[in-house]
Design a binder for this molecule. Sequence first.
Ligand code: ARG
Length: 268
Amino acid sequence: MARYLMCPPTYFTVSYEINPWMDTSVPVDQAKAVAEWERLRDVHRDLGHTVELIDPLPGLPDMVYAANGATVVDGVAYEAKFSHVERAAEGPAYLARLAELGFHPHEAAETNEGEGDLLLVGDLLLAGTGLRTSREAHAEASAVLGREAVTLELVDPRFYHLDTALMVLKGLDGGPEVDVAYLPGAFSGPSQERLRDLFPDALLATEEDAAVLGLNAVSDGEHIVMSARAPRLAGALEERGYTPVPVDLPELLLGGGGAKCCTLVLRG
Ligand code: ARG
């Protein structure tokens, strides 16, 4: 069973624009966001997983996207260092909470947005860059977390974090069996080639799947907690032997995040 960290969207709103999904002229229904988030938390718990919480801080509306708060592997929490000043205070807040939970905190020198761009699959750390996390952070994360990092270059601003363009289906606990789904067009040519080499049997997603953040999903190796708005992708996952568990998060999508963004995986 997995262990996650989540942050209630108490102060969630869209008061700045740092990705193409965010539009400050579209009002956010805060109560609806809370209800969506509570449903997501309950879905994780009903699947038998443990959900730890962090207190939300006023003035940090994106703190609900817990996956960006750190990267946690083998009991080590590698701090996030955000590329936008609006989110800068989240890194230390998440690191302090993770230390409280017993993880070994490791401060970051390089710009990285946690599990938004650093995804463990088997013994590899898939590492996104191009829009947020720096290449230097890939080397730092690799050294801190003791895993080889594979740099993948993101080229489409709509898919600004690796976890919006690629989902780990199997192996996110570090286990030897690996499986992923991704949108090839979100990556540069050389990175597409690298992905083909690493995962020749990967499930390839379509633009339509990714355009509703269908790839921003949480897998426990069996169940895939994912957007209710990506039926084609859900069908393809089912055919592959997985059980999609749909959740609808339209308010949280206004900030540019889905189920995975709201769920940080705690390993070790
Ligand atoms: N508004 C947030 C940002 O642009 C959304 C983060 C979504 N998180 C994720 N893991 N992709 O930074």
